[in-house]
Design a protein around this ligand. Structure first.
Ligand SMILES: Nc1ncnc2c1ncn2[C@@H]1O[C@H](COP(=O)(O)OP(=O)(O)OP(=O)(O)O)[C@@H](O)[C@H]1O
Ligand SMILES: [Mg+2]
Length: 425
């Protein structure tokens, strides 16, 4: 809206001569004028403005006569100031009551000025100009304060979250590192243990071959411990220990990948590995829990070249999206015991790497989708969600990578988040 569209003034006066003289003068000075002949009709006009501000905008200023039939100017002003929709409109009283008491009453009601009749047209125009300008400056200032406050709140939320994540990242990296030492004892000892077992087994068979009739207490012991079974099972035990240590190694690697300290440098990485690490960390949530069956993860990975991105933050994005999908699937299971699926698709499309993470959970209503990416917006109970996941994910994808994060969702059918990362960051 340009300034000239906004220069709209309401004159409330029961004297038609005053109305026409003032209207003419204000129009000549470049204002648009509307008039009301008493307090009631002024209030009715403002109510209409409140209903549809685009069609009938609020006046920028009100010139208000004090002595009028019906509710007088002071009462009209009191009602205007009591209503949040009209409180901010400056009111200038125009009255023949020139005594100090009346002026004080008028100004204490929140009027910005007081003009006594009979008035000089030039004076009225000069005062209206000043107050109109002041109103513009106040509006501007208020808008700036609102914008800055919003930006500040958002920045604060992000700083707190990032500090938490970086502290958590350091802890996780530390734990992963500490696990590695004892783990390597186990990994490096299993192979020799298997060799020793093979040697001892061989030695025992030699004994059996050369001394087929052992002393009776040896024969009793062989029977008691079921030697054949022990020898066979020992080897299986070592095999399962090897598988166990390999799993711990994968998890430790996934943890270190997740908490990568190179969060501040863009590196070309294989996004599929990053996705796999995140899935591994979420394995405990994906598997069956009580009556709820496991969540099936379908990995439709396409051909992706190494993508230059910030690995630590990208992990967070995948983690937030996958955790949300699992939450939605858990709710869906509670509702109708459907089979639960997460589908991950990757592909290159128009110079961008696309990762789509879809679930067949409860989806979202239109109203929820509108607020999805706002910081602190959550539909989850206290202690369950902070409402920061998606706002952080969006910030990472958009601001840090120049990409896009979009959501498509159908209530009761599921949700798909698509991450688009430009390939030349
Ligand atoms: N896959 C999804 N299916 C259905 N609703 C979703 C999905 N992802 C997000 N939402 C909705 O969006 C809201 C905001 O998600 P966001 O990740 O920002 O916060 P949160 O998960 O509630 O909390 P947290 O900060 O712990 O992530 C969720 O509360 C949920 O209502
Ligand atoms: Mg979340």
């Amino acid at each position: 809206m340009s300034d000239s569209d906004k220069k709209f003034i309401l004159i409330v006066d029961d004297s038609s001569t005053n109305l026409s003289v003032l209207s003419q003068a204000l129009k000549t000075a470049g204002y648009k004028v509307r008039v009301a002949v008493d307090g009631e009709s002024a209030m009715a006009m403002l109510e209409k403005c409140a209903l549809d501000q685009r069609k009938t905008p609020f006046p920028e200023l009100i010139l208000l006569d004090v002595q009028m039939p019906g509710i007088n100017g002071f009462e009209t002003c009191r009602q205007l100031k009591a209503n949040p929709a009209t409180r901010a409109i400056p009111v200038i009283f125009m009255t023949a009551l020139a005594d100090a008491q009346s002026k004080i009453e008028g100004l204490s009601l929140g009027a910005v000025d007081y003009i006594t009749k009979p008035f000089e047209q030039e004076e009225v125009i000069a005062r209206v100009n000043i107050h109109w300008r002041l109103k513009q400056l106040t509006d501007n200032l208020e808008q700036q304060v609102t914008e800055r406050t919003g930006a500040l709140q958002q920045a604060q939320v992000q700083v707190v979250q990032q500090e938490k994540l970086s502290a958590l990242g350091q802890l996780v990296a530390g734990v992963a590192h500490e696990i590695n030492n004892p783990l390597s004892f186990m990994v490096s000892n299993i192979a020799p243990a298997k060799e020793y077992l093979a040697e001892i087994t061989e030695l025992l068979s030699l004994y059996q071959k050369h001394y087929p009739e052992p002393a009776s207490d040896i024969a009793i012991k062989i029977e008691e411990i079921d030697l054949d079974f022990v020898m066979e099972d020992f080897s299986h035990l070592l095999d399962s220990m090897r598988i166990g240590t390999e799993r711990i190694k994968d998890i430790s690697l996934a943890l270190r990948n997740f908490a990568r300290s190179d969060g501040d440098t863009a590196t070309a990485i294989d996004l599929h590995e990053t996705l796999d690490s995140t899935l591994l960390l979420l394995k405990h949530r994906l598997k069956n829990r009580g009556p709820r069956p496991a969540i099936e993860v379908i990995q439709n990975y396409g051909e992706l070249p190494p993508i230059k991105c910030y690995p630590g933050p990208m992990n967070q994005v995948f983690m937030n999206l996958l955790a949300n999908a699992i939450d939605a699937l858990e709710d869906a299971w509670e509702k109708d015991q459907r089979s639960l699926k997460i589908t991950i698709n990757t592909e290159v499309l128009r110079e961008s790497a696309i990762v789509r993470i879809a679930d067949n959970g409860l989806g979202m209503a239109e109203e929820i989708q509108q607020h999805l990416f706002e910081p602190l917006f959550t539909t989850k109970g206290v202690g369950k969600g902070t409402g920061l996941g998606l706002s952080i994910a969006k910030q990472i994808v958009k601001d840090k990578h120049g990409g896009q994060l979009c959501c498509k969702s159908t209530a009761d059918e599921g949700t798909e988040f698509a991450i688009e990362l430009p390939m030349q960051v």
